[in-house]
Design a protein around this ligand. Sequence first.
Ligand code: SF4
Length: 369
Amino acid sequence: MNKNSEIRSFKKLTLKELKEEVKIIKDQLPSDEKKVITYSKNFTLSLSNYCINQCGYCYYNYKIPKLNGEGNVILLSNDQMVTLTQEALQYKCKEALIMSGERPGSFAEVKKELEKLKYSDFIEYVKDICTYLLDFKILPHTNLGFLTYDEMKELKKFNASMGLMLESTSMNFFNKGKVHEHSLGKLPVKRIEHITNAGKLKIPFTTGLLIGIGETIEDIIKDLYLIKNIHTKYGHIQEVIIQNFVNKEGIPYQPKKPINLQEMLKITGIARIIFENEISIQIPPNLIAGFEKEFIDMGIDDFGGISPITLDYINPENQWPQIDNLYKICKDKDYFLKERLPIYDKFIIKEGFCPENIKKVIDNMNLDD
Ligand code: SF4
């Protein structure tokens, strides 16, 4: 079957048929893996919301006034970082999601702050933060938008894993009035280069699609295959996030027809069929609250990072779930909710994927906490 006829046959499948196919795939897993859903207890260090892009759906960017009046972060201060880290330690968080807008270091305001702190550039600052966290046995997972090969190579030494959303490779989004009109950093060629470089560098990697920003089902299926093909070549993608766009006031993109539950379930099932059991599928639980069981039936196996202390800065109105509640939901479905690290177990032991200093931190962590 060629790609186009595969896309056509995927489109025809009903949710019931998808669920049956997903079950056949999941049944091929060993019994101790079949009924497990993972999550990572994390917190977020939002280093700077300065960003060279301006995506139509973005609420995080410094140019979007925040509804709660919160100001912009030019550069997270040392004091803020120390306070958050200490709080994270009390809650036994094992992962720090380190995020920023894309290339914040190119803004004069950010450069000035970096100079005050005696950093030559943004990457040096990030490396220092990662080192600080590792000293407390917290594993960094960094996502700063597009990075060069050399920047990623440098950051690999300080990170358990890294991430970058593919989002969508639709070139239609760059047309006038579309969501990526002012976001050259989102050019598919750049995102694909970044994800491929992560593979060449053997970085355990998270990517994903943003659904409901004007793409077609054909675009989505092609992008799922694209991710699968990169992974087949390099074997580095641990999980793919299927993230639904959630509308917010104050942003330019206001869809006429928001993505609905049925469409999200269908895409999730198709993703499981394409990835088989090779790549985990993550659904952010705060964006599909109340429908977790339906997504479990469609083959998800991860709820991603859940923070007891910091917001989802991309969707601040969508509160993280209580872990106890999520545990109960999984139990009702005869699944077990299990905490994981930002690096999946199979990548800790996979040759070349986990630097020795990170392995040492993992060996000294108390994983039963
Ligand atoms: S690149 Fe990320 S932070 Fe920047 S505008 Fe787009 S979504 Fe927002």
